[in-house]
Design a protein around this ligand. Structure first.
Ligand code: ZN
Length: 509
């Protein structure tokens, strides 16, 4: 029965079925089978195959503990300690920890040491705490190694011995115990129990911080602020430090900006296979930062980083294919890399994909897919690229032709050049404008300032002036008027005979 229940519990040789597991554990317990008592208690504690019931869990842990099951003794102690399924009782907790520890259960040995150390359920006794940490350590328990180190460090329950403290911090840290990693970093930082070594301190802070140990993150921030630490760690061959050091030189943070040094350390990190540096190295080659500009090398490293899944590199690789920089122009490849980066939610690549599908570049034109990728893009992208009035995609930077046409038409009656031919010409330009650059406007003379003679052109004299309102940028929905580039310098032409305008002149316009 017990083995059948275990099969159901672990899904071995049959479908996992916690209800059946519970059923058979219960049957076995009814027959007085001791090993099933602990399992039944576990089911009650976790709500496996039955309603969670901490009192029933307590009941069966107690039964099994009385029959000598050490895991049940430990769990019973925990229930007493936290007051779960029974009244909180530190004395009883201590009693059961001790029983289980004496039977060689390492979790209880560690807990027992802690109870002695803190004086919980028993008189505080640092010597006994040390004794039980030692016992648990012998069984490979990392937390107890840390406890031993702490006691050696402060000379509690044993002779103060920084060398031994360092030894045990090191053991526990190597086994992945994050509090020891932090303490070890401190030992290296202050030269306690070992030679002072800032590079090693930095590396252990970093390891602990990677395990999201907040106190080490603080230590790490302090290290990052100290360029000497980064340098020492980088020189010792730590690739993360190389990358961060390069970034420092690149941005001139905490040191003089030095693109040559930035390039040097990015390259070193890349040689060690550090992926994040590949993208940075490519950027250096693309912009000629700290090295000769070399688009082919940029392409090479963007490709490497893209293949490792770096979405910024995917995007830049797509751009190089798109414009034929550092490689043959290949719209199909540009499309493919845009798509890869877009699938990783890289916003700019989504925009690239929208344009590819809209214009049929590198892929068959497909407006549905263009709109799909437009919809997939994050909200801020959508807000910036959808007309607030009609909710259609802008066709150029903040340019909705169908809505802007209405704004222009409403103003047709508000201006005139007093020449029907010119009025018509300007109106048509406004109605056909596909971006703000294509807009023409009639500017009244009183909107011009600082008019100065400049030169003489083919048909006319040329003047410079400041146009106070300035050219149209985009429609402002909130204020219901055009956003403009105010106080804009313009070129004026003074026509000798404006009543007989020729096509030639308008071509020149
Ligand atoms: Zn619109």
């Amino acid at each position: 029965m017990h083995n059948l229940a275990l099969r159901y519990y672990n899904g071995e040789g049959t479908e996992k079925d916690l209800g059946m597991a519970f059923h058979w554990f219960q049957k076995a317990v009814e027959k007085g089978y001791e090993r099933s008592m602990h399992s039944l208690a576990l089911c009650y504690e976790n709500g496996d195959g039955t309603e969670k019931d901490l009192e029933m869990a307590f009941h069966w842990y107690q039964k099994a503990a009385e029959k000598g099951n050490e895991k049940s003794m430990h769990n019973l102690a925990l229930q007493y300690y936290y007051g779960e399924g029974t009244e909180k009782d530190l004395g009883m907790a201590f009693h059961w920890y001790q029983k289980a520890a004496e039977k060689g259960y390492e979790g209880s040995m560690h807990s027992l040491a802690l109870r002695y150390y803190n004086g919980e359920g028993i008189e505080k006794d640092l010597g006994m705490a040390f004794h039980w940490y030692q016992k648990a350590e012998e069984k490979g328990y990392e937390g107890s190694m840390h406890g031993l180190a702490l006691q050696y460090y402060s000379g509690e329950g044993t002779e103060k011995d920084l060398g031994m403290a360092f030894h045990w911090y090191h053991k526990a840290a190597e086994k992945g115990y994050k509090r020891s990693m932090h303490s070890l970093a401190l030992c290296y930082e202050n030269g306690e129990g070992t030679e002072k070594d800032l590079g090693m301190a930095f590396q252990w802070y970093q390891k602990a911080a990677e395990k999201s140990y907040e106190r080490s993150m603080h230590g790490l921030v302090l290290c990052y602020n100290n360029i000497n630490w980064l340098e020492k760690s980088a020189e010792k061959g730590d690739e993360g430090s190389m990358h961060n050091l390069a970034l420092r030189y690149y941005n001139g943070e905490g040191t003089e900006k030095d693109l040559g040094m930035a390039f040097h350390w990015f390259q070193k990190a890349v040689e060690k296979g550090y992926e994040r540096s590949m993208h940075s190295l490519a950027l250096c080659y693309e912009n000629g930062d700290g090295t000769e500009k070399d688009l082919e090398m940029a392409f090479h490293w963007y490709q490497k980083a893209a293949e490792k899944g770096n979405e910024k590199s995917m995007h830049n690789l797509a751009l190089q294919y798109y414009y034929g920089e550092g490689t043959e122009k290949d719209l199909g490849m540009a499309f493919q890399w845009y798509q890869k980066a877009a699938e990783k939610s890289y916003e700019r690549s989504m925009h690239g994909l929208v344009l590819c599908y809209e214009n049929g570049e590198g892929i068959e034109k497909n407006l549905e897919k263009a709109f799909y990728w437009h919809k997939m893009a994050p909200d801020n992208f959508k807000i910036n690229n959808l007309c607030k009035e009609c909710n259609q995609l802008y066709i150029d930077y903040k340019w909705c032709q169908q809505c802007n046409i209405k704004q222009f038409q409403q103003d047709f009656s508000k201006w005139t050049s007093k020449n029907k031919f010119i009025d018509k010409f300007i109106q048509e330009a406004q109605l056909n404008a596909k971006s703000n650059y294509e807009v023409l406007e009639w500017i009244p003379y009183n909107k011009l300032n600082n008019i100065n003679y400049y030169d003489k052109g083919g048909f006319s004299e040329i003047y410079r002036a400041i146009w106070l309102d300035g050219p149209i940028d985009s429609w402002n929905f909130d204020e219901q008027q055009w956003n403009r580039w105010t106080e804009y310098e313009v070129i004026l032409k003074n026509l000798n005979n404006s009543s007989s305008l020729s096509d030639k002149f308008l071509d020149e316009v």
